[in-house]
Design a protein around this ligand. Structure first.
Ligand SMILES: [Zn+2]
Length: 247
């Protein structure tokens, strides 16, 4: 049987078929001839097909999000943790859905903003606008883990505090060195928030931004950026390969 590729999606179709089984395009000889003579139609058909494929891919990602949230919901809570810290996602009425949505779309800026607002809300520090060392130490473990897991999973290990903690300890818990590695400092210039790279090709550990919001060298509230980061990284002691290094 003679097979001919569909002009739109490339699927091999038997020559006597009328429509492509993948994209539904008219693959009769007349249609093939017509479209070969109309490159703009061909281009339009292909871009339409690609758009549909992107939407399908996005839907698949949303399904993955739902599965991921269901997994988190089912994961047994640690019996050693106080009840408050082991609240499941369902009990919290899935507050992470917007974050998962931003992350799935690789909208790192929205995801980072959402994460920061969430931290302030959970810590009840919306008005104050920053967390001190005690408040960071007391930040609920369950929240911390879920936020980190979502960032880490959706960026495939590229972003998230787990990624940052590895870099932090590898930098000898040195803020300037850390900033050079995650590219919060370029040469001798500390980056402003708007200077960050809001795409997946950003250096590993570039997001989320916890120790500062305006410029990497300005702290938040009563703490320097280095102090704030050090308090957060202390929440990930397991990623410290050398326990002799601490802040
Ligand atoms: Zn086709």
């Amino acid at each position: 049987m003679v097979m001919l590729p569909c002009p739109i999606c490339g699927t091999d179709c038997p020559a006597d078929w009328l429509t492509c089984p993948s994209c539904g395009w008219d693959v009769t000889p007349e249609s093939r001839l017509a479209i070969a003579q109309q490159p703009s139609h061909l281009h339009w058909g292909r871009s339409l097909w690609q758009q549909v494929q992107r939407e399908l891919a996005l839907n698949q990602r949303f399904e993955a999000i739902e599965q991921r949230l269901a997994q988190l919901e089912q994961s047994p809570s640690n019996p050693d943790e106080p009840l408050e810290e082991s609240r499941t996602i369902s009990e919290l009425d899935h507050p992470y859905v917007p974050l998962a949505f931003h992350l799935a779309q690789q909208d790192w800026r929205e995801a980072d903003d959402w994460t920061w607002q969430r931290i302030l809300e959970v810590a009840e520090m919306d008005e104050q606008g920053w967390l001190d060392g005690d408040e960071i130490a007391a930040f609920p473990q369950g929240e911390l883990q879920t936020l980190d897991e979502l960032w880490y999973a959706y960026s495939e290990g590229h972003f998230g505090w787990s990624a940052q903690a590895e870099i932090w300890w590898a930098s000898g818990a040195d803020y300037a060195q850390f900033c050079d590695r995650v590219h919060w400092r370029s040469g001798r210039t500390w980056l402003y928030y708007d200077d960050l790279s809001f795409h997946r090709q950003a250096p590993r550990g570039h997001f989320p931004v916890l120790p500062w919001r305006k410029r990497a060298c300005y702290g938040l509230g009563g703490l320097t950026a280095a102090e704030t980061l050090s308090h957060w990284m202390a929440r990930f002691p397991d990623l410290n390969p050398d326990p002799m290094i601490h802040d």
